[in-house]
Structure formats: structure tokens, C-alpha cells
Write a protein that binds this ligand. Structure first.
Ligand code: NCD
Length: 325
């Protein structure tokens, strides 16, 4: 796989650390992997000889499957740690688990953790590339990148678009990473949701905030729906799922306020009839939810390819140094 740009990072911890050029590099390479994934033979040897360990301390269906498939298609040895059944349950700290794994010489660690910042902490303790697969309500960089690729392919560009992010913004790492990425690429972002589900320091983000779906969706190109993150709430944020759907659930009537060619997105898992009407979610003319899943594998292949190149270069330089001393 060829790429004219390089990407300087050792890890992928968040969108915060990426420049617009880094984002474009990743998406351009991911576009090439979309083509590879549509071929009968999807295999390459970009990660041959490297070991990828997936450590998911929080439930995941599509993200874990997507990282596993991405690693296997690139020829890595992929291992999934069953973190629910691991020594964590016996009281081992995150750092001890990390050091134990590090001693097994992995090359890529993919980590999801319920606490913000846990993945950054872990990256300091290990000597391999670390990819953040979601840390609490903080960041979910590969989700924002796959969303960006989906938007770029559907709209033909990734700048100067009107994008609405709707629902539970306060608890969503998907919203946070998307806000940063779409902001860096110079889009106009609107956040729509009940005031109880807006982050407290929302003014800092330079976005427009609405608590009325019809007003907020007026003329937008992209409608991004979010799941209610009930696991991060301790009650009292919404009156009832029915009332929430009535006011903030996306249905055909509310969507009619957006542009005629507006696309509908959702990171999954989605709750039909809570944040989105099921028929709309399945409408292949408007919904790009399945494309998002497809782009997810390609984006993860691109990121792991770029990080593996940096890893190999860093190791080659270390070996050279050792030879000359
Ligand atoms: C998201 C997550 O885990 O943050 N899902 C995902 O990665 N596909 C969103 C969510 O859980 O609602």
C-alpha cells in the first residue's frame, strides 16, 4: 500500500493530537484499504510478524470485531484478551496488567477502558504502539476517523459542511472526538439535545447549541445521532425514553428540516424507537450506518499500517545505534 504522506505519531490516543494533514493522510490511506476490502483476496502482509493484542475492559461488538478483522487482514498475529475474566477481577491494577502484557512483546495494543485518560497512562508504561478504542467519555479517535471517511465519501468533501450532532453529547466520547475532528477540518457544527445532556463548558467549543431538533436540523448536510449512554448516567437526565423519542428521536418529520440530501449517521449500537426511527435507520437512500461499519475496518487498517511503519523505523534506528556504540 502506498502513501505519499507520513504520520509522525507513535500511538493513536486521540484526535486532539492530530493535525489536519495527519487526518487527511489516514483517510487517504483508508480509501485504498476500502478497495482492498472489496476484493475477493483481502490479505496483505503489512503487519506480518507483528503481534496485536486487543484489551477491551468495556463491552464492545463492532469496534473489537473491526480491530480484529483489520489486524488479521494485514497479517498480524491477533489476540483478544478477555478482560472481564482477567486478573483485573482479582484486584490487579491496570499498570500491572500492562507490564505483564508488555513482557510478552506485543507490537500493537488496542485498548478500551471505562476511565478517561487510562489509555494515555498505559501508553507511558509500554514500549509498543497503543491505540485508543474508547476511554470513558473522553475520546474514541478511530470512530471519528471512520465517521469522517464516511462523510467525505458521501459528500465529496470534509470541509464547510453543516453537521448536527444530536442527543447525549455530555457522556459521548464519539461526540467529543467528532467535535475536534470536524472542527479541525473547518466544518460548522451544531449540537442538539436536552440541556441536561450538554457538557457544562460547551461555550469553549465554538459550536451552536439547540434544544429543538427542528430548528437545529434546518439546512444541515449531516445528521449524526448518538445513543443515550445510560451506563454513564445515575438517573434524572431524561424524563422517559418515550418522551425523549418524541422530542429528540430522529423521524421522517424532523429529518424533513435538514437538506434533501442530508445523510443519517449513528455509531451503533442503536436503540430503535429511542434515538432513531427504525425505518429511517434502514433507509438506504438516507442512512449511511452500514457504510460507517465498512469504513471502520478500512480506517483501522490504515492507522495500524501507519503506526507499524513508525514502529519499524524506530526499532531500526535503535538497532543502528546499538551497532555503532
Ligand atoms: C460507541 C462507543 O462505544 O463509544 N460505539 C462504538 O464504538 N461503535 C458509541 C456508543 O456506545 O453508544
Amino acid at each position: 500500500m502506498t502513501s505519499s504522506h507520513t504520520f509522525a505519531g507513535r500511538h493513536l490516543l486521540g484526535i486532539e493530537q492530530l493535525s489536519p494533514a495527519d487526518i487527511t493522510t489516514i483517510l487517504d490511506l483508508a480509501d485504498q484499504y476500502v478497495d482492498v476490502n472489496r476484493r475477493a483476496d483481502k490479505h496483505s502482509d503489512v503487519l506480518a510478524g507483528l503481534t496485536q493484542i486487543n484489551m477491551f475492559f468495556e463491552n464492545s461488538t463492532r469496534t473489537q470485531a473491526s480491530f480484529e478483522l483489520a489486524g488479521k487482514r494485514l497479517g498480524a498475529d491477533v489476540m483478544n484478551m478477555a478482560m472481564q475474566a482477567s486478573s483485573i477481577k482479582k484486584g490487579e491494577t491496570l499498570i500491572d496488567t500492562a507490564l505483564t502484557l508488555n513482557a510478552m512483546h506485543p507490537d500493537i495494543l488496542v485498548v478500551r477502558h471505562p476511565h478517561s485518560g487510562a489509555v494515555n497512562l498505559l501508553a507511558e508504561k509500554v514500549n509498543c504502539a497503543v491505540l485508543n478504542a474508547g476511554d470513558g467519555p473522553h475520546e474514541h479517535p478511530t470512530q471519528a476517523l471512520l465517521d469522517a471517511l464516511t462523510i467525505r465519501r458521501a459528500k465529496g468533501r470534509l470541509h464547510r459542511l453543516n453537521i448536527a450532532i444530536c442527543g447525549d453529547i455530555a457522556h459521548s466520547r464519539v461526540a467529543r472526538s467528532n467535535l475536534m475532528l470536524l472542527g479541525k477540518m473547518e466544518n460548522r457544527i451544531r449540537l442538539i439535545g436536552p440541556p441536561t445532556l450538554m457538557p457544562s463548558q460547551i461555550d469553549q467549543f465554538g459550536v451552536e447549541v439547540y434544544d429543538d431538533m427542528r430548528k437545529g436540523l434546518e439546512g444541515v448536510d449531516v445528521v449524526m445521532m448518538l445513543r443515550l449512554q445510560l451506563e454513564r448516567m445515575d438517573g434524572g437526565f431524561i424524563p422517559s425514553a418515550r418522551e425523549y423519542y418524541h422530542r429528540f428521536g430522529l423521524d421522517a418529520e424532523k429529518l424533513s428540516y435538514a437538506k434533501d440530501d442530508a445523510i443519517i449517521m449513528h455509531p451503533g449500537p442503536m436503540n430503535r424507537g429511542v434515538e432513531i426511527d427504525g425505518t429511517l435507520a434502514d433507509d438506504i437512500h438516507r442512512s449511511v450506518i452500514q457504510e460507517q461499519v465498512e469504513m471502520g475496518v478500512a480506517v483501522r487498517m490504515a492507522v495500524m499500517d501507519l503506526l507499524a511503519r513508525n514502529l519499524r523505523t524506530a526499532r531500526a534506528n535503535e538497532t543502528k545505534k546499538e551497532t555503532y556504540v
